[in-house]
Ligand binder design. Structure first.
Ligand SMILES: Cc1cc2nc3c(=O)[nH]c(=O)nc-3n(C[C@H](O)[C@H](O)[C@H](O)COP(=O)(O)OP(=O)(O)OC[C@H]3O[C@@H](n4cnc5c(N)ncnc54)[C@H](O)[C@@H]3O)c2cc1C
Length: 384
């Protein structure tokens, strides 16, 4: 067994951390107030290769692996989890779906600009009546000559409201009622396609710099060629990339939790009560130790899931464990970090008050904690 990172991935951690500390961390509060992340950040990350780590050089990628991509997501999320979420949606979900299931022409047209950091992709699955039960979507697509006509409403869609968002991959029902299982297909829908309109941008508990929108598809027309992959396996294709997305959410959680621990240690060493730094009170030290232990385990687990993926091995169980444990750990670590900051932790100017609000999201997106437990228990059911 070898727990060392490859030379390339150790370098990725070092380079991404340097970039994130210099180009991202100092600006996050300002972006949060402005409700945006500037486009140039993604262009910079594209130029450095961070948006294409696991993809072949022929498509502008780095020719690396998913371990490297997730180390990048962790380090970016340590500085700004909202950018981590963009990497999750645009790279782990959209770029990967285009790479695995797209035609050569689709890859050249849509994948390459995303890898260059010029464009962002969005994943449009959730609907008002279909969240955890994704197979219940109502959006429909009908072939009309050489165009698909798509109608429906998608909700809580990340990234599509960003200025540099170019496409979304939309799941829609293409055949209904006639068979036991409805047939769901996936389509590449440009943001500016006729019939696409962005509904409201949701105000949220936190992370306002990350755009989350409703999307209305009203007889939206896209060319026949915008069908992605196998028309009968759209949902299965989505689930394939969602498995990677869950590793990404785990890596995002670890990055955020690490930022909480860093702040908590710094504060505990500086803040004095009862004549000594609060770090020297055993209950504070033990809280910090528990936080560090949880982060260490969560990091090891997301790396294991990513490594299994890179080996082409099954990783459903390991991924569900990683997503569940890392997101629950991040929420607990954020809460403990806030507690260590006392009253200051509750002040808006304290970074940990922001982390506390942001940590919750990862227990919800890409399969809630309850859905991860369902996935884990399905594996357990087969074991004996
Ligand atoms: C900020 C944000 C960004 C998002 N970005 C995207 C995006 O880019 N693209 C996209 O498609 N979606 C996105 N989503 C949607 C997200 O994936 C869903 O919110 C999530 O899958 C849960 O679905 P739901 O909200 O409908 O909750 P529901 O499915 O209604 O669940 C409500 C509660 O019931 C529980 N529950 C449901 N079914 C079961 C069950 N069988 N057993 C036990 N418990 C159950 C859930 O765990 C949860 O606690 C985003 C959501 C948010 C908040």
């Amino acid at each position: 067994m070898n727990f060392d990172l490859s030379k390339e991935n150790a370098m990725i951690r070092k380079e991404v951390r340097r970039f994130a500390e210099k180009e991202i961390a100092p600006h996050v509060d300002q972006w949060e107030k402005a409700w945006e992340i500037p486009e140039h950040v993604f262009a910079q990350m594209g130029a450095l290769g961070f948006m294409g780590i696991p993809f072949p050089q022929a498509y502008g990628g780095m020719g690396g692996d998913w371990v490297g991509m997730h180390i990048c997501i962790e380090e970016i999320s340590r500085a700004d989890i909202a950018i981590g979420l963009v990497l999750d949606a645009s790279i782990s979900l959209i770029a990967q779906e285009l790479f695995i299931f797209g035609t050569e022409a689709q890859k050249r047209k849509w994948l390459m600009p995303i890898i260059r950091g010029e464009q962002i992709g969005a994943f449009a699955l959730t609907e008002p009546d279909a969240g955890s039960d994704a197979a219940a979507i109502q959006t429909k697509a009908v072939l009309d000559g050489d165009q698909w006509v798509i109608s429906g409403v998608k909700q809580y869609i990340s990234c599509i409201g960003m200025a540099n968002a170019s496409i979304m991959i939309v799941a829609a029902v293409t055949e209904d009622n006639t068979c036991e299982k409805r047939i769901i297909s996936t389509f590449i829908v440009p943001k500016n396609a006729p019939g696409v309109s962005l509904g409201r941008r949701y105000p949220k508990l936190g992370m306002m710099r990350s755009a989350t929108n409703e999307v209305v598809l009203d007889n939206c027309r896209v060319p026949k060629d915008n069908l992605l992959g196998d028309p009968k396996r759209g949902l299965a294709q989505h689930l394939t990339v969602l498995e990677t997305g869950r590793i990404s959410v785990a890596a995002m959680s670890v990055g955020l939790a690490q930022a909480c621990l860093d702040e908590a240690i710094r504060y505990a060493k500086a803040r004095k009560q009862f004549g000594r730094p609060i770090f020297d009170h055993q209950s504070v030290r033990f809280k910090l130790s528990d936080m560090a232990a949880g982060i260490e385990l969560a990091r090891n687990q997301y790396l294991k899931a990513a490594w299994l993926k890179d080996q082409g091995r099954k990783h459903t169980f390991e991924t569900a464990v990683a997503k569940l444990f890392a997101s629950e750990t991040a929420e607990k670590v954020a809460s403990d970090a806030l507690q260590i900051h006392g009253g200051y932790g509750y002040m808006e100017e304290c970074p940990v008050s922001r982390y506390y609000k942001e940590a919750k999201l990862n227990q919800i997106i890409e399969g809630t904690s309850e859905i991860q437990r369902m996935v884990i228990s399905r594996v357990l059911a087969k074991r004996f």
